[in-house]
Design a protein around this ligand. Structure first.
Ligand code: SF4
Length: 447
């Protein structure tokens, strides 16, 4: 059987799951081709294949997949996998959802014997079937571009933040990957040139003891390798002793979803943190010399003008200009099918029709003035994509100052720092915008 596996975007990382599926499908007779359109340009006749599998890793990937497949003739056997598989199949109902490679679903769809040796929890992915990690997101450390790899210690998440796509699929549950699988996968990537590893877990501290045990093992085996991870504010504050340990284990920075300083919105999103907690988390990171790179979602139906002022004040007070990707200050709430936020009574007055091409529901602002500000900020980033991020940030602050009449830059002597970051700063819970889509399509996501 000729099987084609397509990936469109996996946050600048190698689509590891495709290599795992390749292993599962490898039975000695299947011919399996892989194309990752986030870094490759290949023209394909899809009907040359007996089966097509699409990796709907997240929202942007699904939008790109939909654009790619629109109007094309497709093979007879179609399947979709990944976090957005269900969302994708709402639009493409002829695609079968395969969420568990170890269930019989794939075998009965393709009518082929699958490799029973493969274990999602324990088998080490064979990444050699994918484009090399050198083609993906790098770590930018001052003037150096270092090869970065990625790994997960867990999948799923034990939380149910209402705006997040993860609980739609995982319903507040997470599972761990086997230690040997993780350590060997990292060792293989180090062998392939990786100097840095990103932990892709939705939250590195969902199982903090498991995560730290893995990090300690990795650090003893590869003492020069650095890391980054994503940890929610609630967990940073709940486990300060574990957070402290990260610095000695080469954790370069921690991404944390701050979202907004508006406590009413944080409650609706069920983030389990408050605006004051953001300050405590930043203070803990400063005490432990680990940069927090906050992600934001300032724009939702309930946004008030003062939220933008408070967000910028927090960035300014703690000197975080370099750790905030400017695009973050323009991010809007994204509402896919089955989003938990649809059952929130606060959402009802604002939600509109479902737009199949963007895989999301339209919504309105309580205060239409906010829409104008968001569009202005977004246009600024769009028009100034080529300038330095630090300058972009100052440009955005200037717009908020003009809009509100409030002076926000108080430190004229601000000393700009050079901080490590990934060359691809894209986060899965946010609406893709034209910049990201164009960058991915033109393979410009990477430095
Ligand atoms: S936002 Fe983070 S913590 Fe909340 S459900 Fe999603 S992955 Fe879990």
């Amino acid at each position: 059987m000729k099987i084609l596996l397509l990936s469109f975007y996996d946050l600048g990382k190698q689509p590891k799951i495709i290599s795992e599926l390749h292993q599962k499908l490898s039975n000695g007779t299947n011919q399996i081709d892989i194309v990752d359109y986030s870094i490759e340009e290949k023209s394909l006749v899809l009907t040359d294949y007996d089966a097509l599998g699409v990796y709907a890793s997240m929202h942007t990937a699904s939008v790109l997949a939909e654009e790619f497949l629109r109007g094309k003739r497709l093979p007879d056997k179609l399947f979709v996998f990944g976090l957005y598989a269900k969302v994708f199949s709402e639009i493409y109902s002829n695609f079968n959802i395969i969420q568990n490679f170890e269930s019989e679903d794939l075998e009965s769809l393709l009518k082929v014997k699958l490799n029973s040796e493969y274990s999602f929890k324990h088998s080490v992915p064979d990444r050699t079937v994918l484009p090399p990690i050198t083609d993906y997101s790098h770590i930018v450390d001052g003037s150096n571009n270092l090869i970065a790899g990625s790994v997960e210690t867990t999948y799923g998440c034990k939380h149910e933040c209402t705006h997040c796509p993860v609980p739609i699929e995982f319903k507040g549950m997470f599972k761990t990957f086997g230690t040997e699988k993780i350590v060997q996968d990292v060792s293989n990537q180090v062998e392939a040139g990786a100097k840095h590893i990103s932990f892709n877990d939705p939250d590195f501290f969902n199982g903090p003891k498991h995560a730290l045990k893995i990090l300690e093992l990795l650090n003893s085996k590869h003492p020069k390798i650095t890391y980054d991870s994503t940890i929610k504010v609630e967990h940073i504050l709940k486990y300060p002793q574990y957070f402290q340990e990260l610095k000695d284990l080469n954790m370069l920075f921690v991404i944390s979803a701050f979202e907004t300083t508006n406590d009413q919105v944080l409650t609706i999103l069920k983030k389990n943190h408050t605006a004051d907690d953001l300050k405590s988390a930043v203070e803990l990171s400063l005490e432990n010399s680990i940069d927090i790179r906050p992600t934001w979602m300032p724009f939702s139906p309930w946004t008030e003008i003062k939220d933008l002022i408070n967000i910028i004040n927090l960035i300014e007070n703690y000197k975080l200009r370099e750790t905030v990707a400017p695009i973050q200050l323009t991010i809007k709430l994204l509402i896919p099918k089955n989003s938990l936020i649809l059952s929130s009574k606060e959402m009802n007055p604002y939600v509109g029709d479902f737009d199949p091409t963007s895989f999301s529901y339209q919504w309105n602002y309580h205060n239409p003035e906010i829409d104008t500000l968001q569009k202005q900020l977004f246009k600024y980033v769009l028009d100034n994509e080529s300038i330095d991020e630090y300058e972009q940030y100052l440009g955005l602050v200037d717009i908020v100052e003009s809009h509100t009449g409030v002076s926000l830059i108080k430190d004229a002597e601000y000393i700009k720092r050079s901080v490590p970051k990934l060359s691809e700063t894209w986060f899965c819970c946010s609406e893709p915008n034209k910049i990201q889509l164009d960058r991915i399509k033109s393979n410009k996501a990477l430095i």
